[in-house]
Design a protein around this ligand. Sequence first.
Ligand code: ADP
Ligand code: MG
Length: 475
Amino acid sequence: MKKSQLSLCIDVPLPDDILDEVVDKAKDYALMNGLSMHSSDCFDRNCVKISRFTLLPTSFPRNEFEKATSIQATLQKLMHKVAYNQDFLNNTLKSTIKVDDFTAELFKIYKTVYEEGYAQSYSLGLLRSDYLLNGDLEIKQVELNTISSSFAGLAPLVSNLHKFVLSELGHHDKTKNLPENYSCVQYAQGLIDAWTLYKNTEAVILFIVEEITCNICDQRAIEFEIRRVNPQIRVIRRTFADLIKQAQLRPNKELIVGNHIVAVAYYRTGYQSTAYTSNDVWSIRLLIERSRAIKCPSIQYQLAGTKKVQEALAQPGVLKQFLDESEITKVLKIFTGLYALELNEAGDKAVAMGISQPEKYVLKPQREGGGNNVYGTDIKIVLETLKNSEERNAYTLMEYIDAPLQNNYFLGPNNDKNTLVDLISELGIYGIIIGDENDIKVNKQVGHVIRTKPFGENEGGIIAGAGGLDSPYLI
Ligand code: ADP
Ligand code: MG
C-alpha cells in the first residue's frame, strides 16, 4: 500500500546552483544562531556542530495544528490531576512496579515523600505533547513528556531559519504560514514564575544535568533568557555526581547546593535509568524530592508521564474522574489504541493481537528518551518470550500511527550530498503548568517544534538517533 504523502511548501527539486547556495547560507545561519549541539561521539567543550535540520518547513494541516495547541491546557490539567491523585497512581502502576525496577525506584521515592507530606506543595511542569498525523491526516498523540522536554530553547530558531530560507528562495509571502513560536522565552518564564513563587530573592534555579550535555545550546538558551528577563536570577548547573558532594537539606527543608539555596530544581536528566549510576544517585533524587525547592518535574509529575498512565487514561470511562464531557470528547479524538498487557483476558487478547499483526503496533517499555521501543516482527518475538509471565506488565502495546511522508532536504553536520529524502515528522506542543493539589496557578500552551526523521528509521532521536529539527508550515 502506498503511504499518504504531503507536498512541500515550494516546488522541488531546486536547481543545483540555487540549492548549494541556500544550503551554505542555512548552515551558517544555524551555526551563528546556535542551532547546534556538542557531538556525542567526540565531545569537545570548545566546539559545537550544527544540529540536523530540514532546509524547508514541513507542511502541516492548519486545523490539526490548532487542535493540538488548543487542547494543550486540558491535557496539562489532566496530567496535574493525575499527578496529585495517589489512588490513581497506585492502582495504575502497581503491577508495573513489581516487574520494572526503574519505575519501582521512582515509585518508592514518591511513596516516601507522599507519606511524609510534600515539603513543597507546588509543582512546575514544562511539558511537551507529541503527535504524529495518521493516514487520515488527523493528529494522534504519541506521548506526553513531563520531564526534560527538549528543544523549547531551539525551536523558535528553526522557525526563524525557515523564514530566512523561504525569503532567500523568493517566497517571502509564504512566511506568514509559519506560526509564531515563543517556546524559549516562555519556558524561561515558567522557571521564573516558579522562582517567584518560592519568595526568596537570594535563591537560585538549579539545572540538574548529565555528565556530558550534548544538547547544550537548547539548555543555555533557556538559562540565558532567564537572566535577560530577570537579571536578579542566577542559574547553576550541577550533575548528580556534583550534588552527591554538594547538596544538603536544612532542617527547614531548604535545599542547599554549595552556598546556594535552591528555589527551583529543573531536571534535564533523571528520566533514563542509566542516569542512576549508584544508590547515592537515588539518595540524592530522594533528597531533592524531600526539599522545599519547586521541582520541575516533581516525582509525581514524572510518574504521571509514564506510558502506563497514558495507557490507563485511554481505557473506557477513565477520563471521567478528571475532565468534563466536552473535554473528554476532544481528548479521546487525539488518543489512539493503547492496550494493557496485564495477566487477564484483555491482556491475553492484546498479546494475541500483537503476535498476529505486529506491524500494526509499537511495544513500549516504561522508558523515556528514545531507542527503547520494539517494532514490527520484533514485537512478535518479545511477546512470545514474555507470553504468560508477569514481566509483560512492564510494557504497553500501542497502535502504530502510519504518518504521511514528506520530501525535504535534510541537512546536518556531515557533508552529505543535498538530495531530497522521504521524511516523517512529529509535532510537539509545549506548555507550562504550575499548581498544587487544590489550585492551578498557571496553565498555558507556549509554542511548538517539529522533529523529523528519515522514513524507515523507527525513532527520530535528535541527539542519539537520526532525527532533525523542523518547523510547521500551516496548510
Ligand atoms: P520516548 O519516551 O522514548 O520518546 P515515544 O513514545 O516518544 O518514547 O517513542 C519514541 C519514538 O517512536 C517516537 O518519537 C516515534 O517516532 C516512534 N513512535 C512511538 N509511538 C509510535 C506509534 N504509536 N506509531 C508510530 N511511531 C511511534
Ligand atoms: Mg518521545
